[in-house]
Design a protein around this ligand. Structure first.
Ligand code: PMP
Length: 311
């Protein structure tokens, strides 16, 4: 179904009206923050499930706090608005929701305070964002933005220039994806994904202080690995060369889902094929997001059709 409406400044409007001025602060300076949320179509239940909507909006609230953006909605209201948007668009397929809170002032001058803020949400059909059948990765020459430069724990629009540098460098050098290091030289994350290594049957992932976006998929993976596979995750500093000797590596994110990495800097990861733990996590994740696992559905999946208001 084609996208018909978006949510903009308090109302649902036709998609053609979703426009901003060329003088918008957020456009000129990147002073905005956003979320990327997936909705999954469940054929047997004829339902779209929005995955971990609450956690996405809680993170948006934290990004707004860091950027001094005031959002005139509660998390519960944002959940209701999101479900209504997909309903109004009549979307019965996988969808991608993009809420954006940004500095909407049309004044010249870089700052955060004392500016008018706006908020939009769009919802559109989506497929796979990146290859989930085994990707090659290269360690980037671009370092991950530092917490004291542009905090990575906030999902700040302007910060994605850092990701774009890394992703294009990787692709233009023949890799599928980039792995960025911190200024200290530890593994941080991909261009738009968190990273996990499997080492001796345990999972390892960079700690929250390694300039990562604290991913909701990352949290989901940690939980599924522990509860379903009995595998613990160590959140710690990871050296670059651990990437070369890990048994398995995968990236994860809302867009990327679970994306195994089969080579890093031209060195095969393990035997160069998707490993058993990555593949088990991938299957679990695919079931959970589509609302096919009753253990997680009530907690993590918001149904769009026959949605009961939470606010
Ligand atoms: N890191 C970055 C830089 C990202 O853009 C994303 C995608 N939002 C992630 C990690 C993964 O986060 P999530 O699982 O919440 O989508």
């Amino acid at each position: 179904m084609e996208t018909k409406e978006l949510f903009m400044n308090g109302e649902f409007v036709p998609i053609e009206r979703g426009m901003i001025s060329v003088r918008t602060h957020g456009f000129a300076y990147g002073t905005g923050c956003f979320e990327g949320i997936r909705g999954y179509w469940n054929e047997s239940e004829q339902q779209v499930y929005l995955f971990r909507l609450r956690e996405h909006y809680e993170r948006l609230m934290r990004s707004c706090a860091i950027l001094q953006i005031s959002l005139p909605y509660t998390v519960d209201q944002l959940i209701d608005i999101s479900a209504e948007l997909v309903q109004r668009n009549g979307q019965r397929q996988d969808v991608y929701l993009r809420p954006v809170a940004y500095k909407a002032d049309q004044t010249i001058g870089v700052r955060l305070h004392g500016l008018q803020d706006d908020f939009i949400i769009t919802s559109e059909p989506v497929g796979n964002y990146i290859d989930t059948n085994g990707m090659s990765a290269g360690v980037s020459s671009w370092r991950r933005i530092d917490d004291n430069a542009i905090p990575a724990r906030a999902k700040i629009s302007g910060a994605y220039v850092n990701s774009a540098f890394a992703k294009s460098e990787a692709m233009q050098n023949g890799f599928d994806e980039a792995i960025m290091l911190t200024h200290e030289g530890h593994v941080s994350e991909g261009s738009a994904e968190n990273i996990f290594l499997v080492i001796n049957g345990e999972l390892a992932t960079p700690a929250p202080t390694e300039n990562i976006l604290l991913g909701i998929t990352r949290d989901t993976v940690i939980e599924l690995a522990r509860r379903e596979l009995g595998r613990i995750t160590r959140e710690r500093q990871i050296d670059r060369t651990e990437l070369y000797v890990a048994d398995e590596i995968f990236m994860c994110g809302t867009g990327a889902q679970i994306a195994p990495i089969i080579s890093v800097d031209h060195r095969p990861v393990g035997n160069g094929k998707i490993g058993p733990i990555s593949s088990a996590i991938q299957q679990l994740y695919n079931d959970v997001v589509r609302g096919r696992s009753s253990d997680y559905r009530a907690q993590w999946c918001t149904p769009v059709y026959a949605h009961e208001r939470v606010s």
